[in-house]
Write a protein that binds this ligand. Structure first.
Ligand SMILES: NC(=O)c1ccc[n+]([C@@H]2O[C@H](COP(=O)([O-])OP(=O)(O)OC[C@H]3O[C@@H](n4cnc5c(N)ncnc54)[C@H](O)[C@@H]3O)[C@@H](O)[C@H]2O)c1
Ligand SMILES: [Fe+2]
Length: 380
């Protein structure tokens, strides 16, 4: 038996942030990162809370790829302040921190607290997922925590907040959206509902990701990518992800490559691995099931080709083209990682990628040797 629901109420479109004037809470902890606090963006939230006479306190000790130590500090801040809601504004790191902080606080004192998530990147979809990724810095592991109790109560989408994102972050986070949608689409847990959401997200990425990258003020493209990010989040919240994220988590934790960039670099390799077709494949019957799905993805992106093999190649080529156009490194060597250090870490990263919760729903079961080979190919 399968089921599908969307528990997070989503506010979007013009004046979506005005929802904050109507929230039924009296005391709010705002969780954000130092950049958002200092940029003045926070006033979009605080002005409205003041207008509604809602008390608030700000916790801005969020860092990228939130480490467990910072979550602990946040839990203490939340328990001390004892709010009835948390509002988080920022990228995936801020939202994931808030989700984890609320989760551990509730486990500590049993008090249910509402969570309102306001993304400022178009990337993780974390505003609608039951995932939060935290980092164990001592062991270089990124853990996806997964629990429905982490789902935000409300999400507010305002693409104006994304306009200040630097081009490199637009590229990284945009490729994260595409990877979420493609992985959900080919996941062994996919279903008609998640597929519909993923297809729309893929279609939007095909038309609007490069436009967003090329012009921060392309409001139409920004709005579309902000919605695509949320749609892809809803898709993978239902269907889960795959090996691409498993490898990206291992790579990101070990060599501090931003999450979306790591996904973008892994994507061509995982599409090739999962498809498992090559010029010696004789008939359609020999192709793994996901080949048809990848061909649909290619169709949505307008790069379908002569037959399955050439279409998969065209899809891989399109992903590489996007990476090149958006200045995403094509290999790990271009990220400044030293070869000897990287090769020494390959085996440990492969083990972590295979143990990663996301890998469980990959359409092709990878062996450690398979993942080692992918990681080795990724170097140069
Ligand atoms: N929970 C999920 O479902 C899920 C899914 C995918 C990834 N993740 C996790 O999310 C994290 C990555 O999130 P992210 O890609 O959004 O990046 P991020 O939150 O780490 O932000 C990246 C950088 O962009 C800055 N930034 C954010 N918004 C900005 C804006 N509007 N203008 C200018 N700068 C801005 C931040 O200050 C930061 O320096 C990783 O830890 C990843 O593992 C979570
Ligand atoms: Fe992701």
């Amino acid at each position: 038996m399968k089921s599908f629901d969307i528990r997070t109420k989503i506010y979007f479109g013009d004046n979506a942030l005005d929802r904050l004037i109507d929230i039924p809470y009296k005391k709010v902890l705002i969780i954000t990162d130092p950049f958002i606090r200092e940029s003045g963006m926070l006033s979009h939230v605080t002005d409205r809370l003041q207008q509604a006479f809602i008390d608030f306190k700000i916790f801005s000790d969020v860092v990228p790829d939130p480490p467990l130590e910072k979550i602990e500090v946040g839990v203490k801040a939340l328990l001390d302040y004892n709010p009835d809601a948390v509002i988080t504004i920022g990228g995936g790191s801020a939202i994931d921190s808030a989700k984890s902080i609320r989760e551990f606080s509730t486990r500590a004192n049993g008090k249910d607290i509402a969570l309102i998530a306001i993304p400022t990147t178009s990337g993780t979809g974390s505003e609608v997922t039951s995932f939060a990724v935290v980092t164990d810095t001592q062991n270089n592991i990124k853990y996806p925590l997964v629990s429905d109790s982490m789902l935000p109560t409300e999400a507010i989408l305002d693409a104006e907040l994304v306009k200040s994102v630097p081009a490199s972050v637009t590229a990284d986070t945009g490729m994260d959206v595409l990877t979420h949608a493609i992985e959900a689409y080919v996941s062994i847990n996919n279903n008609e509902f998640s597929a519909a959401l993923a297809e729309k997200a893929i279609e939007i990425c095909g038309t609007f990701l490069l436009r967003s990258y090329l012009d921060n003020n392309d409001t139409h493209a920004r709005k579309k990518m902000h919605v695509a990010s949320c749609l892809a989040g809803l898709a993978f919240n239902s269907a889960s992800l795959g090996l691409n994220h498993g490898i990206a988590h291992a790579l990101g934790a070990r060599f501090h490559i931003p999450h979306g960039r790591a996904n973008a670099m892994v994507l061509p390799h995982v599409i090739e691995f999962n498809s498992g077709i090559n010029k010696h494949s004789k008939s359609k019957k020999e192709y793994p099931k996901c080949v048809e799905k990848y061909c649909n993805v290619a169709k949505l992106l307008g790069v379908n080709n002569f037959n399955e093999i050439t279409t998969i190649r065209a899809l891989v080529g399109w992903v590489q083209f996007m990476n090149k156009e958006m200045n995403i490194p094509l290999s790990v060597s271009q990220c400044g990682v030293e070869k000897h250090e990287y090769m020494n870490a390959v085996e440990a990263m492969a083990e972590k990628a295979i143990a990663d919760a996301c890998t469980a729903t990959n359409p092709r079961i990878p062996s450690k040797a398979d993942v080692c080979l992918i990681l080795e190919h990724m170097y140069d």
